[in-house]
Design a protein. Sequence first.
Length: 1169
Amino acid sequence: MLLFVSRFAKKGPAYYEPRYSYPSLSVPLAPFFSNMTARYKEFKYLNLPSIEKEILRKWEEEQAFQKSVELRQGAQPFVFYEGPPSANGMPGIHHVISRTLKDLVCRYKTMQGFQVQRKGGWDTHGLPVELGVEKELGITKEDIGKTISVADYNQKCREAVLRYKDKWDDLTTQMGYWVDLKNPYITFTNEYIESLWWCLQQLYKRNLLYKSVSIQPYSPGAGTGLSSHELNQPGTYKMVKDTSATVVFGLKKTEHSAFLFEKVSGEAVGILAWTTTPWTLPSNLGLAVGGNVDYVLVKTFNPYTHQPQNVVMAKALLHKYFKSEGENADFAAYKEGDKVVPYQILSEFKGAELENLPYEQLLPYEANSLEAVRAITPDAKPFRIMVGDFVTTEDGTGIVHIAPAFGADDFKVGKKYGIGILTLVDREGKFVDGLGEFSGRFIKDYKNEQGYVDVNVDISVKLKKEGRAFKVEKYEHSYPHCWRTDKPVVYYPLDAWFIRTTALKERMVELNKTINWKPAATGTGRFGQWLENMVDWNLSRSRYWGTPLPIWRTEDGSEEKCIGSIAELNAEIRKASEVLGGETNKHYLHDGILDLHKPYVDEVVLVSDSGKPMHREPDLIDVWFDSGAMPYAQAHFPFENKEFFANNYPADFIAEGVDQTRGWFYTLHALGSMLKESVHEELKAAGFKGDFEAKYPGLAYKTVVSNGLVLDKNGNKMSKRLGNVVDPFKTIGDFGADATRWYLITNASPWDNLKFDLEGIKEVQRKFFGTLYNTYQFFGLYANVDGFSYSEAPIPVKERPEIDQWILSSLQTLVKKVTAAFDDYEPTVAGRLIEDFVDEHLSNWYVRLCRRRFWKGEYEGDKIAAYQTLYECLETVVRLMAPISPFFSDELFRNLNAVTGRFSEESVHHVLFPKADEALIDTLLEERMQLAQDASSLVLSLRKKVNIKVRQPLQKILIPVLSSGMEAQLRKVADLILAEVNVKELEYLTETEGFIKKKIKPNFQALGKKLGARMKVVSTALAEFSQHDITLFEKEGRYSLPIDGIYVELTLSEVEIISEDIPGWTVASKGALTVALDINVTPVLEQEGNAREFVNRIQKVRKESGFELTDRIAVTVGGSNGLEASLQQFKSYICAEILADKLEFVPQIIDGIEIEVNEEKLKVIVSKM
RNA sequence: AGAUCCGUAGCUCAGCCUGGUUAGAGCACUACACUGAUAAUGUAGGGGUCAGCAGUUCAAAUCUGCUCGGGUCUACCA
């Protein structure tokens, strides 16, 4: 019964077509098929994209992903966290690499028997979303609350945030990334936010959440703080010329500063400090020096008043203020206008000696009096010199003027020394009252005033006149500007909420040491450094679309509440309504709060314990908190899913780009460390048992892989502006996800930057997938002919031919190495190993050498062994490669398994990863096969050198053997070598002296330790060895070498002896292996050569005539004058080769095909029997 | 500015951890073969100051330090 119809592909689409397909039948198929001999699917072309489409269809139909998780129900979980992408922008090729990495690890672990659940997620809050919406609506932040309500604005954000979700889902599907897209976590949902609130409340309860001022970039023009993101907009940093001033602070005379005053016999001593922002000088409260920096006390003149002056500055910066000719010049002769100002160094000392010395205030006013300072900071001790590690001698004087309100470093060092803080500039950018002539003036031209006079100049002029300025000049530097107003930014103290991460620093550093970082250097380096220099986490963001800070405060700030759940908030809402009465919270009484975003939470008023109304702190929190809290929030922990959480925390594995080191990797780690006790408490309370310390050590993840960037092929960053972005959809569509994935993984280690080049993908496609495809195709072709379906019992490997044992041994070695590489999160190594095996071993050696076994002879012993062996190789390789290239591997697996049914699973992703069978590994065998390959390669190169083609048989090769082991090894592979290079016999040369020329050299590795410095002498001595010396050495097995009168004993293992030449023979060598070839072509050999050539031509004719592999033929040869003898001689050989039942010779043929055999032309007629 | 990664053939990368004497592979190029796996394959050839300098060592692509170039992150500070 013939059910198959042959359908030869005509021109057709450029994708494979099965050679056979089933006709459509309306009757049930199963009974017909059950007794059909299944055939391996053969391809017409290799077209990965269309194979992938088909596989995707099957996965969808079979729910293959879900099944891969369900099949492992009850198995040990392997926990993976998905770092949520923002669907606010289009996915790029760089997303493909990190997702490939995630996917392959998860697939691998599934194949290792773990259950790997992968919940997808979306990051939905944050500034980019807001900016996108503003651009779309053509509005700015100022419009919010005016032309658009906060509610509408946030609604727009909510709609915009998943704008490209479909595109992302498409990419996820097409690239074969298995992740649960149906049930993802979304950071804007109430449940998610509720978990975030729980986290925040836990931190609050542990006193890790506090409000404080911090110095942040601030735009007086726009009246708002700026994020680092805003500051990093292109064009914000501009070169500007500012009035800079070096000013003189008068040092006070005290016991500790006496050492300076002694040098100047009681005259005044000034400290020089430099600033590019003179407007900060009234707010000055301290000076900072470098503890290890060298300073000098210099006697000189003030360049503006020309009065004598003694000043302190960094030694390294003297040249910026003084011309060297002035050193120790005549002070008495100095007069106003002199170009060279005399100076004299009176003393030199370290900055540390200046610590805590008091000085006179530079610009005292009412608003910056000591009383005013202490009114803000009661115990403040301002106007002192401090030591700060940030002080350098790059610019200025090496002494930094400190106004704690207007610089982050200033604030930090000021806090450390307790000098207080003064903010004498208001939020509009003008001086406050109580500063005399400067009050009310804008520090920069923020209002575009007509004829604005720069107050910085006026301050400088005033100081000049008073002799308190030492140098005033325009200074050009790069300074940040507000991207909206284009006005310079100032650093300004703003209220903000902080997480006290520094309190847990030790724990975070310790725990980091237990994390498996790939590459390790990122953990100790970039991340370790970051932890060491940790500052408290500024959570506050003045925005609209984000997670609101759940803290309500009374107006005076004396009482506050941190809310940790929706239920708690609703209870508080009702309570406040009852206590405060009136309209309070009336919209939220009935159903409670329905949306935890602005503006709704801001409308809620709570009541303090003492009965005062409390309003929410207006800030939103940093979106990084959203993603860092995903282990808890994705499960809505602790409100639900405690069991899931208990089993899925911490993560065994996460992976993202290296740019996340201080982003997601940090926030996950920080929250993990800080919430450790909270997690323990919740789980204990819920009745979970076990060693909590071991199970939940405060770690959020155990292994983290950080992948590098994807650059364009020239090494430039991809950007829309440069137009060098690679469209992942096009790439996958053109070349297939598998080729793309394989390329991304094997081209460079994931953590190295990748120079993305489409040529590389093409290469992978051709080289790896093409080779594998050919190998499979080859197998399928003959297996279908012979009906091989692995129905016979496996032939014990030991009973199979040497070459089968070899390829299986190599295969097991491969399994071992690939497993180790995957276990070590080194997919690049794994992929390259597989590639090498398929190309070098399987295709170019095993299949090439074994071709005949598949198409010659009967279907029995040796042939079945060949099929079984090749089948096992293919079946194993597809499982090894499945994590990296999930599609093609599954296609091949299904095709193989459809015939043999060796696995009950329907997909390669459901089966277990191969386990290496150590018993099959035979290193000696692998070694001698290498020897065979080398020997063959040498013979082929010799043939090439003397121009004798491989089809011409030769008589003999000669191989000098240097040890009995080598001979034994060679003997086992001699037949392979001879067949491969078409030579009749192999002779082993054991004769030692005279014939083979040998060379000796030291085995450096072995001798190095023993000889040390005498190595060179020994090396030279060995180079001078005669053939006789070498022979003697070999015979004795040892040699005494006189070196400087002392004999050095050498053994054979400490030297290498190689055969270099066999005089009179054509030889070639590689390492210790030398091969000589007998290039004499005797008449008999020539005849055989002719016969082989003839066979080759006829085979070509067969193929061109479109005969089937098994067709028998009849051949008539005409005009074969010079060749007939050869052909007659080898007639039976020829007939067997070309499947001819008849081979006849006639004097002449009129028609027929002309062929050429070794320069002789003849005609043949080839016909089917 | 600081931290970190990278720099090996025209291109993409091994090798470096654990130092050993002719530094490898693929692509590309040139030439020649092979051909019942054929949109393959083999052989041979040219092509390298292992970024540079210094140090340690009998011996350095490999270990150490510095410099240069590129990337990334963090910062932008008188």
